[in-house]
Write a protein that binds this ligand. Structure first.
Ligand code: 5GP
Length: 125
């Protein structure tokens, strides 16, 4: 089944400038901004500017330039927010995909969360 991107999703609207965001960093192919409902003292969303639904869509279909830009930007976000291993005590990078991953917004995004111990990774039930 082909990936189907819905350009009415909230992050597409943020990228079009229709909805404000608290930008942490912007590059040629990537935007990072604070989550509106943070789960930790640091909670930043890193998104590609391209129309990708999920991690697997992005990793399989994005150009090398987009892939490199995205990951370098994510590393800069960690440093800028003081949670990188060079600058701080670490973080968790999470991406949810689809129904089983409980993805709410169907535009690929990486959650960078930290600023406190993050607890167990996955509930067992
Ligand atoms: P998901 O469940 O898809 O992995 O995560 C979606 C995230 O987007 C949630 O953490 C939610 O708080 C965040 N979010 C939803 N709408 C907005 C918005 O309009 N602005 C920002 N900055 N974050 C949003």
């Amino acid at each position: 089944m082909a990936y189907s991107y819905d350009d009415t999703n909230i992050f597409a609207r943020i990228l079009r400038g229709e909805i404000p965001n608290k930008t942490v960093l912007e590059t040629a192919h990537t935007l990072a901004f604070h989550d509106i409902n943070p789960s930790a003292p640091v909670h930043v969303l890193v998104i590609p500017k391209g129309a990708y639904v999920s991690f697997d869509h992005f990793c399989s279909a994005a150009s090398d330039a987009e892939l490199v830009d995205f990951h370098r930007a994510a590393a800069k976000v960690c440093a800028q927010m003081g949670v990188s291993l060079e600058a701080g005590d670490g973080f968790r990078a999470i991406t949810n995909a689809g129904q089983h991953g409980l993805q709410e917004v169907p535009h690929y995004h990486l959650h960078i969360v930290g600023g406190r111990p993050m607890g167990r990774m996955i509930a067992k039930d």
